[in-house]
Design a protein around this ligand. Structure first.
Ligand code: DX5
Ligand code: ZN
Length: 212
């Protein structure tokens, strides 16, 4: 699989839709726009809700929604209606992960489970036959601009070995120096924000990540 790039907007001023829309024009060679939804409960930080997902016309990019929220089952309908293509949630935040996975898949949405750096693969093992995707957090959930935790790469390798057909995404601290290791470990989708938005030419930065 050719490496896909999902661009996080966490480091942009997402309260201003015109900034998001202008930024989108600079990353048309990416595959997904990554929305980090934080509720102030599952993680300390609070970001935005389904309105931003709904109101953002991502054009050629698909919508990749990462729910860092408690009880995602209560919110998910709004994100489905907002046009999400991928919805990823944290199993430990959800009462009945299997039910939610089924629901997403029935709606034709790519269903993902996210695992924080401290969470071992065995915690989600029982869901591996049901889900489409695992999002391996390569930083602690909550903030952009953190350094990639190298120990998380072992989990990507482990998942790749266990389930060759699984879509594996890696999220956090991905830049031109770390992307190669993440791809070599077996990731299909790289989620990156700070590095892309800090570079003078975001399109070039995306190509560099993809070909790292
Ligand atoms: C962290 C988020 C990531 C983050 C990635 O909680 O899930 O998506 O925004 O951004 P960078 O590239 O800044 O680590
Ligand atoms: Zn994320």
């Amino acid at each position: 699989m050719i490496t896909q790039i999902s661009v996080s907007i966490l480091s942009l001023d997402y309260t201003d839709q015109t900034i998001i829309d202008a930024a989108l024009m600079r990353i048309t060679n990416a595959n997904y726009l990554h929305f980090d939804v934080m509720d102030g409960k599952f993680v300390k930080q609070k970001t935005y809700g389904y309105e931003l997902v709904k109101n953002t016309n991502t054009g050629v990019l698909k919508k990749d929604v990462h729910l860092m929220v408690k009880e995602p089952e209560k919110l998910v309908d709004k994100y489905i209606k907002a046009g999400a293509d991928i919805i990823t949630f944290h199993a430990e935040a959800c009462k009945a992960p299997k039910k939610l996975i089924e629901k997403l898949k029935n709606k034709g949405i790519i269903a993902g489970l996210a695992i924080s750096p401290a969470t071992p693969v065995k915690k989600i093992e029982k869901f591996l036959d049901d889900i489409d995707l695992v999002l391996v957090m390569t930083v602690k959930p909550g903030k952009g601009g953190q350094k990639l935790i190298k120990a998380t790469l072992k989990k990507i390798k482990e998942l790749r070995k266990k389930k060759p057909e699984l879509i594996i995404a890696a999220d956090g601290g991905i830049n031109d120096k770390t992307a190669g290791m993440v791809i070599d470990a077996g990731a299909d989708i790289l989620v990156s924000g700070s590095y892309i938005w800090k570079s003078r030419d975001p399109k070039l930065a995306i190509d560099l990540l993809r070909n790292a």
